[in-house]
Design a protein around this ligand. Structure first.
Ligand SMILES: [Zn+2]
Length: 161
């Protein structure tokens, strides 16, 4: 373990209350611990509980059901859903590139939050989950966007070679 300031090797110095190893620099006397992986980016929800919530979401359980079953507040569930969704989006953007395909089939699943487009309020917009299937290999590329022609155009541009 190296000190951030002095760039020298540090000695071990006890553990924190959770049992993580702490280190101290013998030059600047600063103490710190090894950087840890934070898959939930600052959320305090335990990983096993987050996993249970995600499994229930994938099974199609409602937010209220998950709230009752797991004793986790609905805003935490929604925050977790957004976080994982963004991470999945980044992962797919990184992994699904340059896939050789012959045919692409595009489809849309339309949904809305509380109100449809005709009588929407600025923050309650309808959306479309654009998805494309390619075969072979079978890859599903989903894109969530507002239901407008330019969203469709940008999605088709993304699919085109
Ligand atoms: Zn130091």
């Amino acid at each position: 373990m190296t000190c951030h300031n002095c760039r020298i090797e540090c000695k071990r110095k006890g553990r924190d209350r959770k049992g993580n190893q702490r280190y101290q620099c013998h030059q600047c006397r600063k103490t710190f611990q090894e950087p840890r992986e934070k898959p939930l980016e600052g959320m305090y929800t335990p990983l096993n509980k987050a996993e249970q919530i995600l499994k229930l979401l994938v099974e199609g359980a409602s937010i209220s059901t998950i709230e009752r079953v797991t004793d986790v507040h609905h805003t935490t569930i929604l925050k977790l859903l957004v976080l994982v969704g963004e991470k999945c989006n980044r992962l797919m953007g990184r992994l699904i590139v340059n896939v050789p395909v012959k045919d692409v089939q595009c489809d849309e699943i339309w949904g809305f939050c509380q109100k449809k487009e005709a009588n929407k309020w600025p923050f309650r917009a309808s959306f479309v989950l654009w998805r494309s299937f390619s075969a072979p290999p079978a890859v599903i590329v989903p894109r969530i966007a507002l239901r407008h022609w330019y969203a469709q155009a940008s999605f088709l541009k993304l699919c085109s070679p």
